[in-house]
Structures are given as C-alpha cells and as structure tokens.
Design a protein around this ligand. Structure first.
Ligand code: ATP
Ligand code: MG
Length: 347
C-alpha cells in the first residue's frame, strides 16, 4: 500500500499562521523530502457545510482562497494531489456505512466536537451532520488509504475515532481499511497556536488570526496590539513567558539566526525569555522582534500568492485534475468496502 498522507482544511476562511505551523509547513516539508508515495490535500467543503449550511456561498468563496494559500506555501500540484471533498460522492457513501459503526454516545464524547459545539452555541440544536463530521473525516482518510495525517492537536480525537472505525470495520467485514496515524508538530508551541486575543486557539471562526495573506502593515498592527502577560505592566516588572502568546509565537517561528539579524544583543530565545522573566524588558521591544520574524517568514508566501491570484483559472484546473485523480482511488476503496460488506449485489 505504501506511505500515504491525507490532510486538509475547511474552506471557512483564508488560512492563518496557526494552520501554517500546525500542519501546512510540515506538509510542504514532507512533500519536498519525497518520503511518501502519495500526498492528498483535501479542501473539506462538505465538512464546512456541517456548521455553515445557511451559508454555502461562504464555503464556495473560500475554496479558491484555501487553494491559493496552499500554492503560496509551496504545495506543488506535481507532487501533491489537491482535491475538493464534495466533488467525490464516494466519500459520502463511505460515511453512510461508517455511521453504523459509531454510537451517538461515542460521537458526543469527542472532546474537539464538544468544545466546538459550545463555541458555536449549538448545545440545544446540533446539526446531525456536525456531530457526524468526524465519521466523514474517517471516510476521507480511509478512502485514500492514508497512513499518516499531519495535523494540529485538535485533530487527535478525530484520528482516535477514525482508528476505532477502521478496527471495527476490519473486525466485522475482514481486513479492508488502513489504520492511520496522526503526525503532530514536534514543536509543542505549534500543536495549538493561540489567538491574538490570548484565546486557546487561533481559529478562522473566532477571527483572532494573522492570515497568510495579510499585508505587512496589518500584520504589524495585529502584533503590536496583541495580548501579552496582563501583569507585566511596566518595563521593570517581571513577566511570564509561558502562557504569553507573543512568546508562544516566537517559540513557533523564531530561530537563532533571527537574533543576529534583528536583535543582536541576545543570542537566542532562552536569553530573551530570561530577561523578560527577570524584568526590564518591555513588550514593545519583544513585539517588534516578533513582527520582524513573522514578516520575514510570510513575505515570500504573500508574493507567491499574489502571482497565483492572477491565474485563478489555472488554480481551478489544478483542483479539477486533482479531484479527478483522487476520485479514482476513492472509487476503488468504495468497491472494496462494498465487497467486504457483501453489498455488491451485481458483481
Ligand atoms: P474552523 O474554525 O472553521 O474550524 P480552523 O481555523 O479550526 O477553522 P481547520 O480547517 O478546522 O481550521 O483546521 C485545519 C488544520 O489546521 C487542522 O490540521 C488543524 O489541526 C490545524 N489548525 C487549525 N488551527 C490551528 C492552530 N491554532 N494551531 C495549530 N494547528 C491548527
Ligand atoms: Mg477547526
């Protein structure tokens, strides 16, 4: 079967630096290292509709935005297959069969879904599709025989649920599906990048983001007004670095080389943190440094994005071809699934 990656994003907005450090940066690295036989990158529009049913236009508009972000970050359609979920109806059919392998209680126990229900005020009116989206995610992953899913920490319960479905399916109907593993970022700051407002997660739905496509002056404004340690009022006060988003972003982005270039009085992040903890280092100075680091990282991405923005017809063609190629693989998996379940009446 080989080593296969499946991962993706919901087209609910442009992609942000949380996506970048949580999954996108790793995908591009894995793609360029060439250690995988196949890489599928999915724009999960059907999943986005599970909590945006009243707004399909938003989902439609963001398909191209997400695709542009992918290409801007260096995903290469010659090495990775980019596909649109809803254009592969086999995924929906797989979901329908897998639903029978999951109890309502189990679906309700998924901690990521639980917190998203709260965040969306869905408590008393959860769409069935929303509760079931991890099952549809299991269909996406298994349809392509994925062995590896590079994703942020919020996806851990999804992968757990997927593995349970695979196990149950294979036990009931015979060895058919591949059990996937999540690939989390090695750097713990990247597992769940907090929002600019200090909230636990930078998220499109919360609007507390630095987008990959933001202009330099917007990035600067956002960084300079970021949440930091609320008790670090004066420069001489000792400050906390641990739950401080400014330092978490530095953990996620900065390298020793950045100090030589932008802040030569320190050798590395440990020294900067020690000074902040001791007192005598102001937020403005740290934020200016963070701004330089992030600007440097995002500049080439923004430039490439602007080039692709002039060629959207080509981008749609990439999506169309990627989807057609992926559909063939999903058809084969569905065929195997139906055979295993003995619902292949006319074969
Ligand atoms: P939505 O609010 O619509 O759910 P989102 O910002 O959570 O959007 P998704 O499309 O759900 O983004 O997530 C896509 C991928 O990015 C997943 O692998 C997820 O783990 C990762 N990811 C999203 N937000 C973060 C974050 N703040 N830190 C690290 N990884 C993240
Ligand atoms: Mg999400």
């Amino acid at each position: 079967m080989g080593k296969v990656i499946l991962t993706g994003d919901r087209p609910t907005g442009k992609l942000h630096i949380g996506h970048y450090v949580g999954s996108l940066r790793e995908r591009v690295a894995l793609q360029n290292e060439g250690g995988f036989d196949k890489i599928y990158i999915m724009i999960a529009d059907a999943q986005a509709l599970t909590d945006n049913a009243e707004n399909p236009q938003k989902v439609r508009d963001n398909i191209i935005e997400v695709a542009l972000d992918y290409l801007a970050c260096g995903l290469d359609p010659n090495k990775s297959t980019i596909l649109i979920q809803s254009m592969i109806p086999e995924l929906t059919e797989l979901t329908f069969y897998y639903m029978n392998l999951v109890t309502v209680a189990r679906a309700q126990r998924n901690p990521t879904v639980k917190s998203e229900i709260k965040m969306r005020n869905f408590e008393n009116n959860i769409p069935v599709g929303f509760l079931a989206y991890p099952i549809s995610q299991a269909a996406d992953i298994t349809a392509f025989g994925a062995t590896t899913v590079p994703a942020g920490e919020d996806q851990k319960p999804m992968l757990e649920q997927c593995r349970e479905i695979v196990h149950k399916f294979n036990t009931l109907y015979g060895e058919t599906l591949v059990e996937p593993n999540i690939l989390l970022p090695k750097n713990s700051a990247c597992l769940r990048l907090p929002g600019l407002d200090g909230k636990a997660k930078m998220s499109k739905s919360l609007g507390n983001c630095i987008y990959l496509s933001d202009e330099p002056e917007d990035i600067k404004k956002k960084i300079m007004s970021m949440f930091t340690d609320p008790n670090h009022l004066r420069v001489e006060d000792p400050g906390e670095t641990e739950n401080n988003p400014v330092f978490i972003y530095l953990d996620a982005f900065c390298k020793d080389e950045h100090f030589k270039e932008f802040l030569p009085e320190y050798n590395n992040l440990d020294e900067l943190k020690a000074h902040y903890q001791k007192g005598g280092l102001g937020d403005v100075k740290v934020k200016k440094f963070l701004n330089n680091v992030i600007q440097q990282e995002l500049e080439p991405i923004r430039t490439r994005r602007k080039e692709w923005e002039t060629k959207t017809a080509e981008v749609y063609e990439i999506l169309k071809q990627g989807t057609a190629e992926a559909k063939k693989v999903a058809e084969q998996t569905l065929h195997n699934v139906r055979s295993a379940m003995k619902i292949n009446y006319f074969d």
